[in-house]
Design a protein around this ligand. Structure first.
Ligand SMILES: Cc1cc2nc3c(=O)[nH]c(=O)nc-3n(C[C@H](O)[C@H](O)[C@H](O)COP(=O)(O)OP(=O)(O)OC[C@H]3O[C@@H](n4cnc5c(N)ncnc54)[C@H](O)[C@@H]3O)c2cc1C
Length: 505
């Protein structure tokens, strides 16, 4: 399929979606591709932050996809290093996933497995409650399933939900699960259920008996159960910085530290994009860039607010009502001491209700190349928050002291072992499925009618998209741009499957 290579393409954002779009356009021969990025580096929320030689990931980014197209795309950028042939070249490592839940100061497997270890840690009384409440949920599921609480209870029973899901999920969203839409569970937990966990456990036993590892091709495994993933030696940002360099080498332009402040919208089309230096006040020093096609991964709320022209009131209302959840992480360098020192976990869900911390990343276990001194532990202590709240506005030193204190409180490390620490704030880490989200169809329909504007990515489409979905939205946009390509509305189908609706009962 061919597309018009002479058009002026503007891509907003140099995260996974924007860079995938830009590189694909250039690979197809487009000559005029301009990427506008407000940050000073590529990668978006999949970037890697470097502090005094220590590299941390914002979250932990597993490179895994059920799409062969994406798996091949990644491996066309970075080779996979063979375990027996280590080299100094940048490459993907194949990592084994281990993540557990910390609850009542004990570690439980995640996803929860029905092993002897789990059973003994839960104790007889709670096990009986779990079994009874699960049976009750199967016999009398909550119908209709409206909230995330209903979603969890129907799949796991009330007791298991309260033990392993409730507190962590409330930390993520800052709202009780009864006020969250079931859609989030559908996207996040996909087809996971007690039945899926049991089936997976039985299959894994069979596999280990046959001495197979399953490798990285685990297409038929529920997303929450994926056991292996790829990870760039120096963090996800190294892959995306490499893609950004490819874009420039192929003739594209990336304007860093440049923020899109508005889009001129007239006669039903985008005519031009207004750009100002990121640090300029109120869009001072704005310059206009004429565009034939705009591919946007900037947050949908800001995109619509920035349209300069006549936009229907209901569209503006829905856009204005979209809500995001923000995220802070404390990069912590520690002496190798205490309970954390020998753990193999990539990350730990902190389900303890007496601390605010949501998750702990142990970056040494993502890649040994992230910590500049391999004798130290490199952690990410993650907090979910809202821009402007008391966490967001806390001075860095106070925030670090609080986070290190919480780590000590849950018995994992001592404050005096902290060698270095820094704070990273990540605005709009999560597009929320509340606010005006239930009316997002109004917005999608209207945007489908603007023929040269293509929203892509996570916040760009306001969908809980991982990197692969964000990239697929850019790749499907390429299909739409081609002569006789599908309608642009088809891009909304990426990551739209609600597997729980068709769960194998
Ligand atoms: C804690 C956490 C853990 C995650 N873990 C995983 C994982 O394990 N695996 C996985 O696949 N995915 C994971 N993700 C999701 C992944 O980070 C995203 O799917 C991906 O980064 C989205 O790419 P994107 O290009 O759509 O958006 P972004 O990464 O948000 O990039 C958008 C870019 O647009 C720029 N931008 C925004 N507004 C403007 C403007 N006005 N002007 C100019 N530029 C602008 C931003 O600066 C940014 O660089 C995780 C996310 C989080 C928050």
């Amino acid at each position: 399929m061919s597309l018009d290579t002479g058009k002026r393409y503007i891509v907003i954002g140099a995260g996974p979606a924007g860079l995938t779009a830009a590189k694909s356009l250039l690979a197809k021969g487009c000559r005029n591709v301009l990427v506008i990025e407000q940050d000073d580096v590529a990668g978006g929320i999949s970037k890697t932050v470097c502090h005094n030689g220590n590299r941390i990931d914002l979250g932990g980014h597993r490179f895994f996809s059920k799409s062969d197209e994406v798996m091949q795309w990644w491996q066309s950028v970075l080779p996979v290093e063979q375990e027996d042939k280590p080299s100094d070249e940048e490459a993907f490592l194949v990592r084994h996933r281990l993540s557990r839940i910390l609850y009542e100061r004990k570690f439980f497997a995640y996803p929860v497995t029905l092993s002897m270890d789990t059973l003994s840690k839960l104790g007889g009384r709670r096990l009986v409650k779990i079994a009874l409440s699960y049976a009750l949920a199967r016999l009398h599921p909550v119908q209709p399933e409206k909230s995330l609480e209903d979603f969890f209870i129907n799949r796991f029973g009330r007791e298991l939900y309260q033990t392993f899901f409730r507190d962590y999920t409330q930390k993520v969203w800052g709202l009780p699960c009864s006020e969250l839409s079931a859609d989030w569970g559908a996207q996040r937990v996909k087809g996971l259920s007690v039945t899926a966990v049991l089936a997976h456990a039985i299959k894994s036993i069979g596999k280990s008996l046959r001495k197979g590892t399953g490798g990285i091709a685990q297409k038929d495994v529920e997303t929450s159960l994926i056991a292996y993933f790829l990870y760039p030696k120096h963090g996800p940002g190294s892959l995306w910085e490499g893609v950004a360099q490819d874009v420039q080498r192929m003739g594209g332009t990336i304007l860093y530290k440049s923020r899109v402040t508005g889009l001129d919208y007239a006669d039903g089309r985008i005519k031009s994009v207004a750009v100002a230096p990121t640090d300029s006040r109120d869009g001072a020093e704005e310059t206009g860039h004429d565009a034939d096609v705009v591919i946007s991964s900037m947050p949908l709320r800001e995109l619509v607010a920035g349209l300069r022209g006549s936009v229907p009131a209901d569209v503006l209302d829905v856009a204005r009502g979209l809500v995001y959840r923000d995220f802070m992480t404390v990069g912590l360098v520690l002496r190798r001491n205490g309970r954390l020192a020998d753990l193999k976990d990539n990350w730990i869900y902190v389900q303890e209700p007496d601390v605010h911390m949501g998750r702990i990343q142990i970056f040494n276990n993502w890649s040994p190349h992230l910590a500049c001194d391999r004798q130290t532990l490199l952690l990410g202590l993650e907090y979910f928050c809202s821009e402007g709240d008391r966490f967001w506005t806390m001075a860095d030193q106070d925030f670090i002291a609080m986070a290190a204190g919480e780590l000590e409180k849950i018995g994992l490390a001592r404050k005096e072992d902290v060698l270095d620490a820094f704070v990273v704030r990540v605005p709009k880490a999560y597009p929320a499925y509340f606010g005006s989200y239930d009316k997002i169809g109004v917005l999608q329909k209207w945007l489908d009618g603007v023929p040269n504007l293509y929203p892509v990515g996570r916040n760009g489409m306001h969908r809980y998209n991982n990197m692969d979905h964000s990239m697929l939205s850019a790749l499907r946009t390429m299909d739409c741009l081609a002569d006789n390509g599908p309608a642009k509305s088809s891009v909304w189908q990426v990551n739209a499957e609600k597997e729980y609706h068709e769960e194998k009962q």
